[in-house]
Ligand binder design. Structure first.
Ligand code: BES
Ligand code: MN
Ligand code: ZN
Length: 502
C-alpha cells in the first residue's frame, strides 16, 4: 500500500481529480459532508440518500459510478454516524469500512476526502493514522510458510488523502509516523506467526542483526557461556531443558545525547512454551509459539524507531529460549539463584516467563535507565481479568510511576492499542513466600497476573518500571488465528510523544 497527500485548491477541485475512486462522508439524517456536497452538483448523491439506499450509519457504504461532471469513475459514500463532530469510535468503524470496500474494488488508486478534522477531541493526524492502520491491517498476509502466496494485488493500492493546505505539513508527519508503526506491527506479526521450528532464539538473534544493520543499531547476542559468566542462573535454568541454545539479545539505538539516560524495553522471548515438566494440556498448545510476542514487540518498535530516527537513547533486551520437558529441565521444587542473587523456588515450571525476565531486568540496571518497560505474554490470569481488549499495565503506585502509567494509558488510547491499569501492592507479595528460598515462582490462583507482576517488581527496585502483560492481546485464536502486532502502536506512540515533550 502506498500513501500520499494532495492539498485542495482551485486547480485541484474535487470533481476534476483524476483517480479511480473518491471516498466522501455521509451523515445520518441524509446530511452530506462538505466534500460530498462538492460532488453533488448533479444531485446524484442527494437522490441516493432520499431513496434510503444509504443510512449514513458507521459501517454503511455505497458505491456510485459515473456521476455526471465528476472525472473519477467511482464515488464511494462512507457513513460517519449522527454527528458532524464524529465520535472516535464511529470514525474507526468508517475507516475499516472504507478499507474493506477499497480491497474489493477494481480501482487501483483512491482519493480519501473524509472530514479528517471533524473527529471529536482528535487532530487530523489521528484520523490519518486510523485510516492508515485499517488499510495496513487489511493488506496483511501471513503466507511466509505457504507454497502459494495469497494474492495481494487486488483492490486499491494507492491511497491519497485530500486535505486543506493548512493541514499538509502535519499530515505528512502523521503519514511518516503511521508508516513506521505499520512496519513495526507487520514485523511483530510476521515473527509471531512463524512456527517455533523456524523462529528459534537463534532466528530472533539473526532478525535483530538484520534490523541493526539496516538502522545502525548496536547489537549483541550473548550465548550460554556469556550468560553463565553473568550468573543468569534463573534464565539459564529454563533454557537448559531445551536443545535450542538460548540467546540474550541487546539492541541499542543511540539517538539521544551520550549522557542521556535510556529507555529500556525488555521483551519475553519464549519461542515455545510447552510448560516444561509442569506440561501444559495439549489443546491449543500450538499457540505457545506466540510466547515470544514480547520479543517481537521490541523488534517491531525498533523497526519503527529506526525508520523515524528518534532522537532518544533506546535499548532493547530480549531473553530468548524454549521451555521444554527433558532430562535437563527444571523440576518442581528446584531452587535457582538469579543474577540479582535472590533465590527462587520453582514450584511450577510453566511460570517460566518471570524466570527469564527477572535476569533481564537485573541486567537492565547497568544502563542506569530512565524508564524500563517489560512486555510479556506472562499469564493466562491476565486474560481472565481483562479479556482480549486491553493489555494489563502494572507499575508501582507512587508519583513517578503514576505519571508513567498515565502517559502509557494515553498512548494506548490514542493509538487504539489500549491497556488497563492493574495493581501492584505489598499485600499480594505475601503469596510469593517460599519456605526454602527467597521467593516462590508462583503465588497461587487468586490474582495470578498481579502476583506475576509482583515477582518481577522485586527485580526492578533501582529504576522506574512498567510491566505490560499482553497474554490476551498479542494474538487472536480461532478462525482468525494470528498475531496482532500489539502493543507496538502503544509503545511507538508513547516514544513519539516523549520525543515531542522533550
Ligand atoms: N506463556 C504463559 C502464559 C499464557 C498462557 C499466555 C496462555 C497466553 C495464553 C506463561 O508462561 C504461563 O504458562 N503462565 C502460567 C502461570 C502459572 C503456572 C502460575 C499460567 O498463566 O497458567
Ligand atoms: Mn508458561
Ligand atoms: Zn510462557
Amino acid at each position: 500500500m502506498d500513501f500520499s497527500i494532495k492539498t485542495e485548491d482551485k486547480k485541484n477541485a474535487l470533481h476534476n481529480m483524476k483517480t479511480d475512486c473518491i471516498a466522501v462522508g455521509i451523515y445520518e439524517n441524509k446530511i452530506l459532508s462538505s466534500a460530498a456536497r462538492a460532488l453533488d452538483a448533479d444531485g446524484a448523491i442527494t437522490a441516493v440518500l432520499q431513496s434510503g439506499d444509504l443510512t449514513g450509519k458507521p459501517g454503511s457504504s455505497l458505491l456510485l459510478r459515473h456521476i455526471k461532471g465528476i472525472a473519477a469513475p467511482r464515488v464511494l459514500l462512507i457513513g460517519l454516524g449522527k454527528d458532524e463532530i464524529i465520535a472516535e469510535k464511529d470514525f474507526s468503524v468508517a475507516a475499516k469500512t472504507l478499507t474493506q470496500a477499497f480491497s474489493s474494488l477494481g480501482a487501483k488508486t483512491a482519493l480519501v476526502a473524509l472530514p479528517l478534522d471533524k473527529v471529536r477531541n482528535r487532530p487530523p493526524e489521528w484520523a490519518i493514522a486510523s485510516v492508515f492502520s485499517a488499510a495496513n491491517e487489511k493488506a496483511y498476509r501471513s503466507d511466509a510458510m505457504k507454497s502459494k502466496k495469497d494474492s495481494s494485488n487486488e483492490g486499491v493500492r494507492k491511497i491519497t488523502f485530500y486535505l486543506p493546505g493548512t493541514q499538509a505539513a502535519t499530515a505528512r508527519d502523521a503519514l511518516a509516523r503511521a508508516s513506521a508503526i505499520a512496519k513495526g506491527v507487520n514485523l511483530a506479526k510476521d515473527l509471531g506467526n512463524l512456527p517455533a521450528n523456524v523462529c528459534t532464539p537463534a532466528y530472533l538473534a539473526e532478525q535483530a542483526k538484520k534490523l541493526a544493520a539496516a538502522h545502525q543499531f548496536d547489537i549483541q547476542a550473548l550465548d550460554k557461556k556469556q550468560l553463565q559468566s553473568l550468573k543468569m542462573g534463573s534464565f539459564l535454568s529454563v533454557a537448559k531443558g531445551s536443545d535450542e541454545p538460548p540467546k540474550f539479545i541487546v539492541l541499542r539505538h543511540n539517538g539521544g545525547k551520550a549522557k542521556e539516560a535510556p529507555v529500556v524495553l525488555v521483551g519475553k522471548g519464549l519461542t515455545f512454551d510447552s510448560g516444561g515438566i509442569s506440561l501444559k494440556p495439549g489443546a491449543a498448545m500450538d499457540e505457545m509459539k506466540y510466547d515470544m510476542c514480547g520479543a517481537a514487540t521490541v523488534l517491531g518498535v525498533f523497526a519503527a524507531i529506526g525508520e523515524m530516527r528518534l532522537r532518544q537513547n533506546i535499548i532493547g533486551i530480549i531473553p530468548s529460549c524454549e521451555n521444554m520437558p527433558s532430562g535437563h529441565a527444571n523440576k518442581p521444587g528446584d531452587i535457582v539463584t538469579s543474577m540479582s542473587g535472590q533465590t527462587i523456588e520453582i514450584l511450577n515450571t510453566d511460570a517460566e516467563g518471570r524466570l527469564i525476565l527477572c535476569d533481564a531486568l537485573t541486567y537492565a540496571e547497568r544502563f542506569r535507565p530512565e524508564t524500563v518497560i517489560d512486555i510479556a505474554t506472562l499469564t493466562g490470569a491476565c486474560i481472565v481479568a481483562l479479556g482480549h481488549h486491553n493489555s494489563g499495565l502494572f507499575t508501582r503506585d507512587d508519583e513517578a510511576h503514576n505519571l508513567l502509567a498515565a502517559d502509557l494509558l494515553a498512548a494506548g488510547k490514542a493509538s487504539g492499542d489500549t491497556a488497563w491499569r492493574m495493581p501492584i501492592e505489598d499485600a499480594y507479595q505475601e503469596q510469593l513466600k517460599s519456605n526454602f528460598a527467597d521467593m516462590a515462582n508462583i503465588g497461587g490462583q487468586p490474582g495470578g497476573s498481579v502476583t506475576a507482576a509482583c515477582f518481577l517488581e522485586r527485580f526492578t527496585r533501582s529504576y522506574t518500571w512498567a510491566h505490560l502483560d499482553i497474554a490476551g492481546t498479542a494474538w487472536k485464536s480461532g478462525a482468525a488465528k494470528g498475531a496482532t502486532g500489539r502493543p507496538v502502536p502503544l509503545l511507538c506512540t508513547w516514544l513519539f510523544n516523549r520525543e515531542n515533550a522533550s
